[in-house]
Design a protein around this ligand. Structure first.
Ligand code: ARG
Length: 276
C-alpha cells in the first residue's frame, strides 16, 4: 500500500517535471536569444545591397575587393560592442527582408527606411540618418525639371521595392516609372540617357554629383518626403529586441559624439580613393 503511494507520488512529480520541460522548451523558442546567438557564432552577419554609396559600396583596396561605407562602419561598431567579427552578405535590396526572415543574416543595414509595411514583418532600430528625396538628372538637364508636371511622359527611374518607387508612383503620375533591382544600373542608364531622371535620397544623389562632377545635377523639382520615410534604420528579425537594443546603444553613442558626419566623410574619401 505504502509502496504504491510512493510510486504514485514519484509518477506525479515526474509528470510535473515533464510538463515543466515542455513549457520551458516552448518558451525558449519564442524567447529572445538574438544577442547570445551572435556571440555563440562569434560573428555578426549583416545583409546589405552594396549599390548605395556612400552607405554601402564595393572598393578594391590593396588588390582585395571589399564592401565599405557608412552602414558598414556602423555594423562594425555593433560587432565590436558584441566582441565578434563582422560578416557581410551582399544581396540586392528587394530580397534583404526575406534574407532576414529566412535567418540568413542577423541584421540589415542598407539605408533602409522603416515603413509601416516593413515594420509588420521585421523590427527596426531608432533612426540613424535623416534624408529627403530628390531627383538626379544629367548635368545638361539641371534646369529642365522644376515642377512635377515637367516629368510628364519622361522615363523616371527608382530602385525596385524602395520608398523611391512609391514616390514616383504617387507623386509623378504622368511619368513612366523604370525600375531596376540595383541602383547603380539606374545611374548608368541616366548617364547614357536611357532614363531622364532618377529619384534618390539626397545623401545618395549628392554623392553622385560629388563623385562625378560634370555629369550629374540635382533637379529643382520638389518631392514630398513624408515624416514616416525621412530616415534610415537598422532592421532585425521580428522579436530580436535584445539585438536592437545593442544597435540603439551604438546609434546613441554616434549621435552623442557627433561623429555621424565624419563617418560619411570617411566613406566618401574611401570611395574617391578606392572606388571603382
Ligand atoms: N531608403 C530607401 C528604402 O528603404 C532606399 C534604400 C535602398 N538601399 C540600398 N542599399 N540600395 O526603400
Amino acid at each position: 500500500m505504502k509502496k504504491n503511494m510512493i510510486k504514485k507520488f514519484t509518477l506525479g512529480i515526474a509528470s510535473v517535471c515533464a510538463l515543466g520541460l515542455i513549457l520551458c522548451g516552448c518558451g525558449k523558442k519564442s524567447s529572445d536569444n538574438s544577442v547570445q546567438e551572435v556571440k555563440d557564432n562569434k560573428t555578426l552577419t549583416i545583409g546589405t545591397s552594396a549599390d548605395f554609396a556612400p552607405f554601402e559600396f564595393p572598393i578594391v583596396k590593396n588588390g582585395k575587393k571589399e564592401i565599405t561605407g557608412y552602414d558598414i562602419m556602423l555594423a562594425q561598431k555593433v560587432a565590436d560592442k558584441l566582441g565578434v567579427k563582422l560578416k557581410i552578405v551582399n544581396t540586392e535590396f528587394p530580397s534583404l527582408i526575406s534574407e532576414l526572415q529566412n535567418d540568413k543574416v542577423d541584421l540589415v543595414l542598407s539605408g533602409m527606411t522603416k515603413t509601416a509595411k516593413r515594420a509588420k514583418v521585421v523590427d527596426f532600430s531608432k533612426p540613424y540618418y535623416t534624408v529627403e528625396n530628390v531627383m538626379l538628372v544629367q548635368k545638361k538637364d539641371a534646369d529642365k525639371y522644376n515642377k512635377i508636371s515637367d516629368t510628364k511622359g519622361k522615363q523616371i527611374g527608382a530602385q525596385q521595392s524602395t520608398t523611391q518607387e512609391d514616390i514616383v508612383k504617387k507623386q509623378m503620375k504622368g511619368a513612366n516609372l523604370v525600375t531596376e533591382s540595383v541602383t547603380t544600373s539606374l545611374a548608368t542608364e541616366l548617364k547614357n540617357g536611357k532614363i531622364d531622371g532618377l529619384v534618390l535620397e539626397n545623401a545618395i544623389a549628392n554623392n553622385y554629383v560629388k563623385q562625378n562632377p560634370g555629369k550629374y545635377a540635382i533637379a529643382k523639382v520638389k518631392l514630398t518626403t513624408g515624416k514616416d520615410i525621412e530616415s534610415y534604420s537598422v532592421a532585425a528579425k521580428k522579436g530580436d529586441k535584445k539585438l536592437i537594443k545593442v544597435v540603439n546603444e551604438v546609434i546613441d553613442k554616434i549621435q552623442k559624439g557627433g561623429t555621424s558626419g565624419q563617418m560619411l566623410q570617411d566613406a566618401q574619401n574611401l570611395q574617391a580613393k578606392y572606388g571603382k
